[in-house]
Design a protein around this ligand. Sequence first.
Ligand code: SF4
Length: 184
Amino acid sequence: MDITNLVREALELQATHAALVDVLDLKFNEEFRTLCEKNTCGSYNKNWMCPPAVGPISILKEEIFHFKQGLLLQTVHDLKSSFDWKGMMAAGVKHTTIFRTILGSLEINYALNDNLPLNAGPCTYCAKCTFLENEPCRFPDQAMTSVEACGIDVLTLEKSCGMPYYNGKNTVSYVGLILFNVDV
Ligand code: SF4
């Protein structure tokens, strides 16, 4: 398989930017967990795929290093203003739809069924995560943790791929990463 086709596929499926990454180049920062603990996104201790339920970064790293390559995806969305909270939430939903569509395409069209998708923010597959009801995850095959929860230094990763991390005034950008193994 020509692995560069995955970038083209992602762009055709509405990623604004896409790049291939080598998993060995990922940089991790344990301090990102401190940000999670401050609950700035409001999902700390509320979702199976967020800290603390998702487990420590050390365990997530073990999972990540089962894979060799990744497809880094960024979607960029216009906002009415920098205070457009509703627009940011809607953009997050749109990003996840695009992310899951690209993931589905990698599985169906490129047989990359053995993968690890890392999205942006909490898992939103269910309207209300069963974590809040003290019940097991209802759809473990669909559940996705995030690049942030794994402690991945997204800014450094974007820079190393030549991907912009700021896309202009009144925009919001979301990033996801799909890990897989391809013999090249
Ligand atoms: S699939 Fe549903 S229950 Fe499982 S982590 Fe995601 S939102 Fe929670």
